[in-house]
Design a binder for this molecule. Structure first.
Ligand SMILES: Nc1ncnc2c1ncn2[C@@H]1O[C@H](COP(=O)(O)OP(=O)(O)OP(=O)(O)O)[C@@H](O)[C@H]1O
Ligand SMILES: [Mg+2]
Length: 353
């Protein structure tokens, strides 16, 4: 299919709109990528050691050409060993992989960045409580054809993804509504055909369709009190996920390396390294404070990255800390957080510099 043809299809709505996997509109640069349908099968293999920097002899199938819906590559991304191997097994052996862990630890971005390196088209759907069954499956819509109003079935994202070499990520999987979860249950099995009852049609999955999910809980309910809006997941459904990988807070040195890499900081600059060390140490204190029941808010790796970015804007670590984290904390707990800051930076975060 020509690029023009695909654009016309996008306009007619037979393909999902040109949005990036993260939901933003595509930039003119990415919008010009050829459509997903030009690549029927992965045509190259890549070495896990070379591409992901992971000590493994595994090779994984990949596409030689970037097409639309392939996520943008973040060159500063550092891959975690266990999470990456689990996700790569999903891509290579068509395993259903769920990545579970605290917020902001890199679950969604790991899947997306792996897809970016394999040139595997990827669609992310946030399973919030507003996503309904018809959003996923599709619905009848009235369209104008040759000046006539006709009713036409518009496929939702699930049938579209199923029929393409495409990785579908269900984000916030534990927040999905029960009616939606039962639709997904059918496609969780690798041979799982999707029956569109009102269409009298059975959709067989493309051999390179892949399914992933991310969740903050393991489907047993929210035991931490951090994740309102999540639900328990039916165990029959959990049973269908072939691999469940956990991505929680990484060891201190690994988190420091992620922040340095993300902020493009020079690892040899001792004073910068020490500052990032202290930032991550402070995040660690909030996490142990949370475990001990002293705090109800924790600093995620995402918070630390946001703090580093805000520090670059305001050129003041204490001010950046206040606006990034301290102001989100319960008033009664701010004293404890300020004390943690004092321990790591030898100064109070409340003093204006
Ligand atoms: N290993 C990493 N290397 C580089 N950046 C990372 C890494 N892990 C996480 N990040 C960055 O941290 C931020 C949070 O990551 P992400 O959104 O993937 O977290 P998440 O676990 O999906 O969070 P949530 O549970 O809230 O959805 C992103 O900006 C991401 O780029
Ligand atoms: Mg996420």
């Amino acid at each position: 299919m020509s690029l023009q043809g695909s654009k016309r299809q996008h306009e007619r709505g037979t393909l999902p709109p040109l949005t990036k996997p993260n939901g933003q509109m595509m930039t003119s640069q990415t919008a010009e990528l050829p459509p997903v349908s030009i690549t029927a099968t992965p045509d190259i293999t890549v070495s896990v050691r070379e591409v992901f920097g992971i000590d493994s002899d595994m090779t994984v199938p990949a596409f030689s050409e970037r097409t639309d819906h392939v996520p943008d590559k973040d060159d500063s991304y550092l891959f975690d060993h266990d999470t990456t191997l689990a996700i790569l097994a999903g891509f290579t052996f068509n395993r259903r992989v769920m990545v579970q862990g605290f917020h902001g630890t890199g679950k969604s971005s790991h899947i997306e960045q792996i897809a970016a390196r394999l040139n595997w088209p990827c669609v992310r759907i946030n399973l919030d409580s507003h996503i309904s069954r018809i959003d996923l499956i599709g619905k009848d819509a009235i369209v104008l054809r040759d000046g006539q109003q006709v009713t036409e079935f518009r496929e939702g994202l699930l049938p579209w993804c199923l029929q393409h070499p495409c990785a579908l990520i269900f984000d916030e999987y534990d927040a999905g509504r029960p009616d939606v979860m039962f639709v997904i249950q059918r496609v969780l099995e690798v041979e799982g055909n999707l029956t569109l009852l009102d269409q009298n049609r059975v959709i067989r999955p493309n051999p390179f369709f892949r399914l992933f999910a991310t969740a903050n809980t393991v489907g047993l309910g929210d035991t931490t009190g951090l994740y309102h809006g999540t639900q328990q997941i039916n165990q029959g459904q959990m049973d269908r996920w072939n691999i469940v990988s956990t991505l929680n807070y990484l060891p201190h040195a690994q988190e420091v390396a992620i922040i340095m890499s993300k902020m493009k900081l020079d690892i040899k600059d001792a004073s910068v390294k020490q500052k990032v060390d202290s930032m991550v140490a402070l995040a660690g204190l909030t996490r142990s404070g949370f475990m001990a029941g002293d705090l109800s808010t924790v600093m995620s790796p995402r918070t630390v990255i946001a703090w580093a970015e805000n520090e670059r804007i305001f050129k003041d670590p204490a001010f950046a800390f206040r606006v990034t984290f301290l102001n989100k904390c319960d008033e009664a707990e701010r004293g404890i957080v300020a004390e943690y800051y004092q321990r790591c930076f030898n100064t109070s975060p409340l003093v204006r510099s």
